[in-house]
Design a protein around this ligand. Structure first.
Ligand SMILES: [Zn+2]
Ligand SMILES: [Zn+2]
Length: 113
């Protein structure tokens, strides 16, 4: 077995396979995946009713909406009694309240007032 160095010169963001259909980051979700979002509406693809594979989307390695929440600062504490050391969690509810899906960018964008 080849030995790999312990130190990685360029750290990469922690990307994981899709938790439902297990595709790797950068690949289209499998049909029927619970996590996949509809490319047209940004909502869960299982319920979009479009049929076929036209509105399929790519698994980015992050839970849908997480990247936008971190970018816009929509973060909540894990719980009222949570230790301050715990990482804040993306506030997906706020994301859907204050943002709209942009099909051109394939991401949530802040609603313009
Ligand atoms: Zn998936
Ligand atoms: Zn759809």
């Amino acid at each position: 077995m080849a030995t790999e160095p312990d130190t990685d010169p360029k750290p990469e963001p922690k990307l994981t396979p899709c938790p439902d259909c297990a595709v790797r980051p950068g690949r289209l979700h499998l049909h029927g995946c619970d996590v996949a979002r509809c490319a047209d509406t940004g909502l869960q693809r299982l319920g979009c009713g479009h049929g076929g594979i036209r509105c399929n989307t790519v698994w980015t390695g992050l839970w849908p909406g997480d990247a936008e929440c971190f970018e816009y600062g929509f973060l909540i504490k894990p719980g009222p009694d949570a230790s301050p050391d715990l990482e804040p969690l993306p506030d997906i509810n706020r994301l859907y309240m204050e943002c709209d899906w942009d099909p051109a960018q394939q991401r949530m964008v802040r609603r313009t007032l």
